[in-house]
Ligand binder design. Structure first.
Ligand code: ADP
Ligand code: MG
Length: 214
């Protein structure tokens, strides 16, 4: 079976691309081989793994590669080596490299925080995805609500606005949870946090199942 390439992308910084890329890769690793591609010049996921090696030594974390100077070649190479490839994109969609990644992946997940400002950024991201589809017609795109407050249901206005975007929103959402930050501090994924990460890991599993349900 061909590898699945999944990118986490958004116009907006701070929406959770790196956090979700890392934990998604860790969740997929429980199902098959995973390569994680760091395309962010800030190198969040690389630092995470270096940190992890320093703190915990070898653990069940995916292998990470930098995107390098030739994104097409890096992704093609990773697709040959792994069952799943997760790509953490740079913060701006204007970056040439993001365009090149979107031309090549099967799925793009767009994290969105449940606030109007973030939703507008989500809408611009959707426009960029539509442009990428001219070259990569099979590109699937999904919005993923992240950092949803545990107590508040999504407002009706938010739900309506999301429904108007041309990219569907996953029914699974990720809540704002201390476990996501704790995992980063400890250099692990939420799956390695035991009881402290159980709910967060369950959410990541739901995202994976919804995304790859066929
Ligand atoms: N679901 C979540 N719950 C709690 N904190 C989160 C969650 N998702 C992301 N964060 C935190 O939000 C900040 C931004 O996330 P990050 O993954 O770096 O975003 P991006 O890569 O899009 O810039 C980080 O401090 C991260 O730990
Ligand atoms: Mg990032």
């Amino acid at each position: 079976m061909a590898a699945r390439l999944i990118a986490l992308a958004s116009l907006k910084g701070g929406c959770g691309k790196s956090t979700l890329a890392f934990n998604l890769a860790a969740g997929l690793l429980r199902r098959g081989s995973v390569g994680l591609v760091d395309a962010d010049p800030q190198g969040a996921v690389r630092h995470w793994l270096d940190w992890s090696a320093d703190l915990a030594g070898e653990s069940a974390l995916p292998e990470v590669s930098a995107i390098g100077d030739d994104p097409h070649r890096t992704l093609a190479d990773m697709a040959r080596r792994y069952r799943n490839v997760v790509v953490d994109c740079p913060p701006s969609l204007d970056m040439v490299v993001t365009g090149e990644i979107l031309n090549q992946v099967d799925v793009v997940l767009i994290p969105v925080l449940p606030s109007p400002l973030d939703l507008w950024a989500g809408a611009s991201t959707v426009a960029a995805v539509q442009r990428a589809r001219e070259r990569n017609p099979g590109l699937q795109a999904r919005l993923l609500l992240n950092q949803v407050e545990p107590s508040s249901a999504l407002s009706r206005a938010m739900s309506l606005a999301l429904a108007r975007l041309e990219v569907p929103t996953l029914a699974s959402m990720v809540r704002r949870r201390a476990a996501f930050r704790t995992a980063a501090v400890e250099g692990v994924s939420v799956y390695q946090l035991g009881a402290r990460g159980r709910e967060a890991a369950r959410e990541m599993d739901q995202v994976i199942e919804e995304l790859f349900r066929t």
